[in-house]
Design a protein around this ligand. Sequence first.
Ligand SMILES: Nc1nc2c(ncn2[C@@H]2O[C@H](COP(=O)(O)OP(=O)(O)OP(=O)(O)O)[C@@H](O)[C@H]2O)c(=O)[nH]1
Length: 119
Amino acid sequence: MAKQYDVLFRLLLLGDSGVGKTCLLCRFTDNEFHPSHISTIGVDFKMKTLEIDGVKVRIQIWDTAGQERYQTITKQYYRRAQGIFLVYDITSERSFQHIMKWASDVDEYFCILIFFPEW
Ligand SMILES: Nc1nc2c(ncn2[C@@H]2O[C@H](COP(=O)(O)OP(=O)(O)OP(=O)(O)O)[C@@H](O)[C@H]2O)c(=O)[nH]1
């Protein structure tokens, strides 16, 4: 059976509950939008394979719960990620201010941050 991809990247979505992490992921992987907010429990993931300059790149994106109560679970995924998106709601200043908190949590585990400016 032919190999389905050449390289694999594991990326993580972090940010407050309700900022739109799951929606962002659904749009990217399935080009769908679901208006209801069903809070992620723990961690979920979706994958997408892109072909870039003849290289099949599989992107595995982990969607974490923004709710505080799941943070013991979600922090376990920080180390395994090769990139992290810090997501905020452009209509919520509070969620933007919390980006600093998310970044400092990540800082303990991870050295490169990908800052996601707006959606
Ligand atoms: N207006 C608008 N609403 C959006 C957009 N993206 C997401 N939403 C709404 O924001 C709400 C929360 O979206 P989710 O993607 O479930 O949020 P989340 O960050 O995954 O939340 P948790 O799983 O609790 O961490 C939903 O009601 C969405 O419909 C957007 O681009 N525009």
